[in-house]
Design a protein around this ligand. Sequence first.
Ligand SMILES: [Zn+2]
Length: 206
Amino acid sequence: MIAESKRPVVCNGNARWIGKPMAACGVQLPVRLALIGWPPAVEPLPPVSLWAESPAEAWRLFDERVACLALQPWDLPADVAFVLTARVDGLPQGLDPRCWLPLRGRADWVQCVHACGRRVWRRDLSTAGFCCPICGGGLRPWVRFARDSGWIQAANAGAENRLWEVVERIRGRGVELWCRDLADDRTLLRLAERLRKDLDAKPSGV
Ligand SMILES: [Zn+2]
């Protein structure tokens, strides 16, 4: 079956392909972008305020939930062009890191609780200790929690730029947005809608 339209389609489905039908043999397949939310089987992360109140307890709960998250399969198709995700448990297996945007940060990176210097570091407590190398204050995961104004978003700028480069390249072609676990995630739903509109626009220079 040949795709009927060049319009990207998005739907808040669960673990299934959304959008245009697969192209017949010999016809170019649509480009696939995946948006993956937080698996409902995993409890939400502890509140960001816990890092000020009780850092040891905050780290304990955080590590416990990230371990549960890591047990949830990604089930990504092999030919996905870019993955945007609310998961924080690291790069999906087999995916090019240049094609991955962890929208809420990464559990294996840390930042100062005061967002010092807008810097993030690899989480390596054996060498870095538990203190911010700039101010000596506490470290917290470089992960955006609920109502978290201190998360250093700028550390994701490179990946965001790559996403919009991909969007520019595939605009006007057949595109599928493959979505999973977006139900309660307004950030991802807004992003899916923005991508749909953006990909629906004419390629620049046309
Ligand atoms: Zn600091």
